[in-house]
Design a protein around this ligand. Structure first.
Ligand code: DQA
Length: 142
């Protein structure tokens, strides 16, 4: 089975209680469960870290996988290191966000991830993740 890595960045461990008006009521465990039942054809690894370097390590290690779904949280807007890691690997990266950063503060309008990602899905809450799984599945069969 192809492997799909779903990587989550800082503060996403707090989903469910963190600004539910923006990010929704689902916890990260709920989103993981949703992803696993949506993607029976993939071997899924689902991880979260508050550390930029840990995310870089996981991206490097996922180079040969079918794809990476990445919600880099606030590092989206700051991290040249994550941008470089995405450019350095072969696997396609789908950038996801629960909220629509373009409809929020100006500092969220720029994404280093978008410059290197295969595609971007944002603004659909937890459904952004399952839409991203569909996108990777489409690449697999293309
Ligand atoms: C986020 C959007 C980012 O701007 C923010 O820093 C996050 C979550 C989202 O999923 O909507 O932590 O990536």
């Amino acid at each position: 089975m192809p492997t799909l890595h779903i990587l989550n960045g800082p503060n996403l461990n707090l989903l469910g209680t963190r600004e539910p008006g923006i990010y929704g009521a689902s916890s990260l465990a709920d989103i993981e469960q949703m992803c696993r039942s949506h993607a029976p054809g993939f071997n899924i690894t689902f991880r979260q870290s508050n550390s930029e370097g840990q995310l870089v390590d996981w991206i490097q290690q996922a180079s040969d996988s079918a794809g990476i779904i990445l919600n880099a949280g606030a590092y989206t807007h700051t991290s040249v290191a994550i941008y470089d890691a995405i450019r350095a690997i072969d696997a396609p990266v789908i950038e996801v966000h629960l909220s629509n950063p373009h409809a929020r503060e100006t500092f969220r309008h720029h994404s280093y991830i978008s410059l290197a990602a295969r595609g971007v899905i944002c603004g659909f809450g937890a459904k952004s993740y399952t839409l991203a799984i569909d996108a990777v599945a489409g690449l697999e069969t293309a």
